[in-house]
Design a protein around this ligand. Structure first.
Ligand SMILES: [Zn+2]
Length: 202
């Protein structure tokens, strides 16, 4: 193994980058002033980064998340007059209602969380597939509504939760201010109808 000859305090002004790749037999030429300058630069970068991190807006408090989600569940996952509840996709798929429903699950077996994400995605224009009912409406000159296919939506939700700790509401926070976006504060939702396509189909 070649010995390494370090000459840490040579006075030559050779930048650290002058070391040839793979060269382990000669020491880099550098001096204390360069090292000092490098140290100052790295510290300045670190301080700037720490300051930047400190400026990342905090998220709204957890109780506001909870309030919003409860309100959204009431509106999006609530039963219709036939005591059924559908996600928007399955509401237009004319399924037969599943009589036995697990807790926090809709008549179509989609979970509350999946239904909430579906609404969230649709509101943000995500979902290239149109539900049959939306297509009907579109053909009749109605509004174009996009929804994500349930199997894609289920996989996306799992990934978001596992990898990013996603919770309902995250997409409604302005990342630059840490505040709820317009119309999505808990008090806004108390007053407004967030909209659901759930119908009274049996
Ligand atoms: Zn469903």
């Amino acid at each position: 193994m070649p010995s390494i000859c370090w000459q840490p305090l040579l006075t030559g002004v050779a930048p650290l980058t002058n070391i040839a790749p793979g060269n382990t037999t000669t020491a880099p030429d550098y001096n204390a002033n360069l090292l000092q300058a490098e140290l100052v630069r790295v510290r300045a970068e670190r301080d700037a980064l720490l300051e930047q991190l400190g400026q990342i807006p905090r998220l709204p408090p957890s109780h506001e998340y909870d309030t919003r989600t409860r309100l959204r569940e009431d509106k999006i996952c609530g039963n219709n007059r036939n005591k059924n509840a559908w996600c928007a996709w399955h509401d237009s798929a004319r399924l037969k209602a599943d009589k036995v429903r697990a807790e926090r699950t809709l008549s179509c077996k989609c979970t509350f969380e999946e239904a909430l994400l579906e609404e969230e995605l649709a509101r943000n224009g995500v979902g290239s597939l149109k539900t049959p009912k939306a297509l009907e409406a579109l053909n009749a000159g109605g509004e174009k509504v996009v929804r994500l296919h349930p199997s894609l939506r289920k996989g996306l939700l799992r990934l978001l939760e596992e990898r990013y700790n996603y919770r309902d509401g995250d997409f409604d926070v302005d990342p630059t201010t840490g505040q709820w976006v317009d119309g999505q504060r808990p008090e806004d939702l108390m007053a407004a109808d967030v909209g659901t396509e759930t119908s009274d189909q049996a």
